[in-house]
Design a protein around this ligand. Structure first.
Ligand SMILES: Cc1cc2nc3c(=O)[nH]c(=O)nc-3n(C[C@H](O)[C@H](O)[C@H](O)COP(=O)(O)OP(=O)(O)OC[C@H]3O[C@@H](n4cnc5c(N)ncnc54)[C@H](O)[C@@H]3O)c2cc1C
Length: 452
């Protein structure tokens, strides 16, 4: 029997070949610039499906990769099996123990909504349409990062189908080496079917974003850089230089302009939050000011990331501590008047809880980063192979004195080159991750890394 026939016989979920009508829909990625063309697509519906898939694929020595939302899809999958998790979409909340049980196909908006009914919140990223598992496997730095750390610090248990065909638990007591790896080590360990994350008691945040026009950009950015050095761990902030299109969806005074958005989130007394944020409000004349008491369930409003699928290109890295010379160098390459093919150039302030590992240790890289720097390219695939990479290199060159040699994998993107991939974990962490992969996936059934 063919592999596809065997999979159809053994799994309850749908199995698609390239000739099947719904093949393209099943494997469509959020990043629409990436078109996956695996040999077979498998829609998982249960742990049993995952186990059967692994046993069948292992017997046929056929590689398996996993697709949830496709937010991390930057490299097309061109062979083997692509397993989709969207049907594993159940969330249940254990309010007493403050734990969310999250199916591998869930996005953060589902967990946020379910937890909010109990006055609880998960520690998420900036976008609530990103997949919970793929995000958490890479660590995860969100709008509350300085208060609560990496999202993977809040993962308490994974269920994962490993290369032997068993579905095992990975937590602090069962398979602790695998648990360590899954909190930030990203891929190449198996198919995660569900995870449990600890929730925090959080009903409101003092937060939102403020947008300044071109004339205020340099002054506010200078203030922001100095101000970040004074912030308590209860405050997390980021800035983004936006090149706004001349479209009706953009508020009139900002249409076609280069603007600066300052994002802010304070966990605690809102009046104290307002006092902490005051230097930014005083630094310029805001065109838009949405910073105020925000339900924790509206956390995605802080960054307003795009929700709908679209074409995406990005590059992210970590910065060390910043100073006035950095601001000058940054404005020279990314400020108003510079013709650059990036719609957004963002910096997120790290530190506080991002520096503190969980007591039992975890694999996540980038704990020593002071800020992130993230470039989002003009969404035109014709620019992806040469124009955007070259423009990014040119923009980053004068900023080298402040660029960290380290990275973290969610920021490094879905197809980092080898050097960026290797920089995403400290050398000893990377070596330990390889050892864990060798134990749980000895024949590389789950290919992972720059060439995969
Ligand atoms: C708009 C946007 C906003 C973002 N915001 C943030 C942010 O604030 N902070 C941050 O840290 N990152 C952020 N990211 C990056 C994001 O966390 C990664 O792209 C992440 O990999 C997305 O996971 P996914 O499952 O949604 O995507 P997918 O592309 O479906 O999955 C990405 C990878 O995760 C792995 N994976 C997914 N599910 C499983 C599974 N069940 N078992 C095993 N492996 C699995 C696979 O290696 C897969 O290739 C953002 C990305 C976008 C596009």
């Amino acid at each position: 029997m063919t592999l596809i026939g065997e999979l159809r016989r053994r799994l309850n979920g749908p199995v698609f070949g390239p000739a099947d009508t719904d093949f393209a829909i099943e494997i469509a990625a959020w990043n629409t610039a990436t078109l996956h063309t695996p040999d077979i697509a498998v829609g998982l519906t249960s742990e049993r499906d995952a186990a059967e898939l692994v046993r069948t694929a292992a017997a046929a020595a056929t590689p398996i990769r996993v697709l949830a939302t496709g937010h991390g899809s930057a490299t097309p999958v061109t062979d083997g099996i692509l397993a989709t998790t969207t049907r594993l979409d159940t969330v249940t909340i254990d309010a007493v123990n403050r734990i969310a049980h999250v199916g591998a196909g869930c996005c953060w908006d589902q967990v946020i909504a379910a937890a909010a009914e109990h006055g609880l919140a998960p520690i998420t990223g900036s976008s609530d349409t990103v997949g919970c598992v793929g995000y958490t496997l890479g660590g995860g730095l969100g709008p509350l990062a300085r208060t609560y750390g990496f999202s993977s610090d809040w993962a308490r248990r994974f269920r994962i189908a490993i290369a032997s065909g068993d579905v095992v638990t990975a937590d602090a007591t069962e398979n602790p080496d695998l648990f360590w790896a899954l909190r930030g080590g990203k891929g190449g360990f198996g198919i995660v079917t569900s995870m449990e994350v600890e929730l925090v008691e959080l009903r409101t945040i003092y937060g939102g974003s403020v947008i300044f026009d071109t004339a205020d950009l340099a002054g506010v950015l200078t203030t922001w850089t100095e101000w970040t050095k004074t912030l308590p761990d209860a405050a997390t902030t980021s800035v983004v230089v936006l090149r706004l299109p001349p479209l009706d969806v953009v508020p009139e005074p900002l249409r076609g302009k280069t603007a600066l958005s300052v994002r802010f989130a304070y966990v605690g007394d809102p009046e104290q939050g307002a006092r902490v944020f005051e230097p930014i409000r005083a630094a310029g004349t805001a065109v838009v000011d949405s910073v105020g008491v925000l339900p924790a369930s509206e956390i995605a409003m802080i960054h307003n990331d795009p929700k709908d699928p679209g074409v995406a290109w990005d590059r992210g890295l970590l910065l060390n501590e910043l100073d006035a010379e950095y601001v000058t160098a940054f404005l020279d390459v990314a400020g108003p008047g510079q013709e650059i093919p990036f719609v957004a150039v963002e910096m997120r302030h790290l530190g506080g809880a991002t520096r503190r590992d969980v007591p039992e240790g975890s694999a996540v890289g980038g704990r020593d980063g002071a800020y992130t720097l993230f470039l989002a390219g003009v969404p035109d695939p014709r620019l992806f192979s040469r124009v955007l990479p070259e423009a990014a290199d040119a923009l980053l060159k004068p900023l080298r004195p402040w660029i960290s040699g380290h990275n973290t994998i969610n920021l490094a993107g879905g197809s980092p080159d080898r050097a960026t991939y290797e920089a995403s974990w400290p050398a000893e962490t990377r070596a330990r991750l390889e050892k864990v992969r060798a134990v749980y996936d000895p024949h590389a059934l789950f290919p992972y890394g720059p060439s995969n």
